[in-house]
Design a protein around this ligand. Sequence first.
Ligand SMILES: [Cu+2]
Ligand SMILES: [Zn+2]
Length: 193
Amino acid sequence: MDPRQTQHPRFAITIFFTFLCVLLIWWVLPRHNANDIPLPIVTKAVTMLTGNTVSGTVTFTQTSPTGVVTISGSIENLDPSAKRGFHIHAAGDLSAGCASAGAHFNPFGKTHGSPSATARHVGDLGNIESNPDGVASFVFRDSLISLNGPLSIVGRAVVVHAGTDDLGLGGDDESLKTGNAGARAACGVIGIA
Ligand SMILES: [Cu+2]
Ligand SMILES: [Zn+2]
């Protein structure tokens, strides 16, 4: 018999069954389609603040994606009995220390203000207040920041300043940008918890 007549169909059969096997494996393997997964809802986020001396932990909780966010935390080694600027800065980039966290998170392009003002950055959380031992322990709520959607603070940074935030009432240009809160004493990236 001519060898070309026997080898050719054998080759074709091998190709066919290889193709069939690949098809079968592809069909049996679990599919990972991103559209099949419901959008994740973040209900808790945490940041560890670190600085030269100041350190602490801040926890954010939100029971529904559009609900109020509760901010609780404890920050140590602050100046005793002092109000210190406390903001969400836009970038969770601490590659050059707190400096690379960028400006206050400000998706609406507003001026700096107090948390209760209509003209405020989304990241404006006012001041935290330390006790005579330099420790600030706090729980408060904010209805503008979110852990979900376009106003999400996850992946951004918390910055505690070395000075007091004048809440936009300082009467100078800087007051409407940073609240004259001074140097960045500690910072941390906000992550999903
Ligand atoms: Cu700040
Ligand atoms: Zn601000």
